[in-house]
Design a protein around this ligand. Structure first.
Ligand code: TYM
Length: 345
């Protein structure tokens, strides 16, 4: 595959006229089952309804620079791209690209940052939590939402399929778009978040009161199930997952740990809640855990096989990302030109 930079224009990237989706993941660690369920599986399921752009948010990964090692970031960025495809994103129709390969994101982020009152950024819960945990807080972490708004608005995306933890980011993106449109003239559609009914917030297996997180998974074994974990590792994590002293397996009134396991089982098996409750009635948490293990391994096996195939061929990923970047740039450049015209810069 060669890069057809000059043949891409904003109007010929997608073959049919459909609503547009943009979403992305930070390459800050190995993706886990929460990322898969909350985000990627929704992208895969809905990919034929929309024209899709899926980004690897490597510029966002720099907002905590103390945690970054260049080689690891480079490797993780490619890993995330490979996992998108391994999980079932069709690389021939979706645009898959690195955020840093499209300079318009950082450019538009500056302009949108100028339209974003400090108070809006101060209210972001992700900023509050992350800055409490960090030794020093970068201004990039503070203005993170302006870059995320740029990611979405530069493609005039209509929908943003994400996990529940990102809803505040989608809301502020709408607010920023509205403020830009008000100040400079109609430019951006207001994007909507797309969330799962069940599984939009997968909790940590070792602590079901906190969401499963890539960065926590780096240091705490048994916290998450990574998409590349071997069955023996997955088994350990699931079998030692926190439950409660009881044994009744029901969705209603379940403790956070049991609810989390049940929701994971529900989403991966596709079975209905009544069917699940009937299946597990009187059988205790051990049985639930073993059945869940079976579902997880069955889900991840083909993903891991495809991942190995993709990563064996370096050129394949190079071409995929180069073409994705060329396509994304064609669309982004058009929006940047419009924004320049409207703002007078
Ligand atoms: P990130 O990298 O933290 O997470 C990637 C996606 O996975 C979802 N997710 C979860 N879903 C369910 N349960 C969980 N425990 C869980 N943990 C993570 C997230 O909601 C997300 O959909 N700021 C974003 C990256 C980003 C982005 C964007 C997303 C940058 N620009 C533009 C959408 C559009 C983030 O840090 O996601």
């Amino acid at each position: 595959m060669t890069v057809l930079e000059n043949t891409y224009t904003a109007d010929n990237i997608f073959k049919t006229d459909k609503k547009r989706v943009l979403s992305g993941i930070q390459p800050t660690g190995i993706l886990h089952i929460g990322n898969y369920i909350g985000a990627i599986s929704v992208w895969v399921q809905k990919q034929h309804e929309f024209n899709n752009l899926f980004m690897i948010a490597n510029l966002h990964a720099l907002t905590i620079p103390e945690a970054v090692k260049a080689d690891v970031l480079r490797h993780n960025s490619r890993m995330v791209a490979a996992l998108y495809v391994a999980c079932g994103i069709d690389p021939d129709s979706a645009v898959i690209f690195l955020q840093s390969d499209v300079p318009g994101h950082a450019y538009l982020s500056w302009i949108l940052g100028c339209c974003t009152p400090m108070g809006w950024l101060e209210r972001m819960t992700q900023f509050k939590t992350k800055s409490e945990q960090a030794e020093s807080v970068s201004s990039g972490l503070f203005t993170y939402p302006a870059l995320q708004a740029a990611d979405i608005l530069i493609y005039k995306a209509n929908f943003v399929p994400v996990g529940e933890d990102q809803s505040q980011h989608v809301e502020i993106t709408r607010d920023i778009a509205q403020r830009f449109n008000h100040l400079f003239g109609e430019c951006f559609p207001l994007p909507q978040g797309l969330y799962r009914e069940a599984g939009a917030r997968v909790m940590g297996l070792d602590d079901p009161t906190a969401k499963m997180s890539k960065s926590v998974a780096e240091t705490r074994k048994g916290h998450a199930i990574s998409l590349l974990d071997e069955p023996s590792v997955i088994k350990k994590a699931i079998m030692s997952a926190v439950t409660d002293p009881g044994s009744e397996v029901r969705f209603e009134h379940a403790s956070p740990g049991v609810k989390n396991l049940l929701v994971l089982y529900e989403v991966l098996s596709g079975e209905s809640r009544p069917a699940i409750e009937e299946k597990f009635a009187g059988k205790g948490y051990g049985f639930l855990k073993r059945e869940l293990l079976d579902q997880v391994v069955r889900t991840l096996e083909p993903i891991q096989k495809r991942y190995r195939e993709i990563t064996e061929d370096e050129r394949y990923l190079d071409d995929l990302l180069a073409n994705g970047a060329a396509k994304a740039r064609a669309i982004a450049d058009q929006t940047v030109a419009e924004v320049r015209r409207l703002t007078g810069v």
